[in-house]
Ligand binder design. Structure first.
Ligand SMILES: C[S@@+](CC[C@H](N)C(=O)[O-])C[C@H]1O[C@@H](n2cnc3c(N)ncnc32)[C@H](O)[C@@H]1O
Length: 273
């Protein structure tokens, strides 16, 4: 395996941080080696310095996409932290819908990974009598292209499916030959996917007028400075009165005063006033 020298590790780590906000501490040099050593072999490169040079100076930005695919952690599953989703679908969504004339709802899952989170929301919104007939639109985005491709295939194995209640399983999934579950086109058609880096201010400026943002289980990979930047970007995308949900184990303490936290059913809802 190619050796990653300490000074190259620091350059690599800083480059990844500038590009994605993902912060890799000094103790995690192995993380870069584990994730990238195979890629060096595939590209016939002799050193991490050569790979860094390629990433920085190649006119073709395709390798950046590969880098994002390799360094991100994409763990997710259907009905994850479902209490929070219930608070949104039953409590916040009907209020947000009522604020629009004609009634409608625009949701953004800002680190959607392979799609389980936005698809869960789409199913829950369809099943809730207060939201089912309403025109809703879900934008799902991620920095990694490969997870977005998987999301669009919408074919899931046992791990992703383990929390899906029977009623949803029967109504919205079809089991196929290779024992994967295929999501119904009715739900697929309610979600559109786009590659968006949460630190790319220019790109985020194109996302506006959103009623609710889900940015769950991604802030943990950022340091404070990147968190502040990301939350500022998300704040701009929200409509006044709109709300933000972060992961249950995450907090915006010390990160922002722009959004007002309210506790609903043991769930924190961050509101843009
Ligand atoms: C652990 S998954 C969370 C998925 C889902 N939100 C959930 O809670 O189950 C984190 C996702 O954040 C994405 N991510 C990491 N850095 C990002 C960035 N700068 N911009 C957009 N997405 C990013 C990763 O690619 C990954 O798919």
């Amino acid at each position: 395996m190619t050796v990653l020298k300490d000074n190259t590790f620091k350059k690599f780590r800083d480059f990844i941080y500038e590009q994605s906000g993902i912060f890799i501490p000094d103790t995690k040099k192995y993380f870069i080696e584990n994730r990238l050593s195979k890629r060096l072999e595939e590209k016939n490169l002799c050193s991490y310095d050569d790979y860094l040079y390629m990433l920085k100076y190649s006119a073709n930005k395709e390798e950046m996409k590969v880098l994002f695919d390799k360094i991100t952690t994409n763990e997710t599953f259907f009905f994850r932290e479902v209490k929070q989703l219930e608070v949104f679908v039953r409590g916040e969504a009907p209020k947000l819908i009522a604020r629009r004339k004609p009634p409608a709802l625009r949701v953004w899952c800002a680190a959607s990974s392979t799609g389980e989170e936005p698809y869960t929301l789409a199913m829950m919104l369809m099943e809730n009598p207060q939201t089912s007939g309403v025109k809703f639109d879900i934008l799902a985005s991620d920095i990694s292209d490969s997870v977005l491709q998987k999301a669009q295939c919408a074919s899931y194995g046992q791990y992703a499916m383990r929390n899906v209640p029977d009623i949803y399983l029967k109504k919205y999934f079809k089991l196929n030959g290779n024992s994967n579950h295929h999501l119904s086109p009715v739900i697929k058609s309610r979600v559109r996917f786009s590659q968006i880096n949460l630190l790319d201010e220019k790109r985020i400026k194109a996302v506006r007028d959103i009623d609710a943002i889900f940015c769950r289980n991604v802030l943990i990979y950022f340091d404070k400075k990147a968190k502040v930047k990301v939350i500022e970007n998300l704040y701009e995308a929200l409509r006044p009165g709109g709300c933000l949900f972060i992961g249950m184990a995450e907090s915006l303490h010390d990160i922002t005063r722009l959004l007002k936290p309210t506790v609903v059913d043991k769930t924190v809802v961050y509101q843009k006033t």
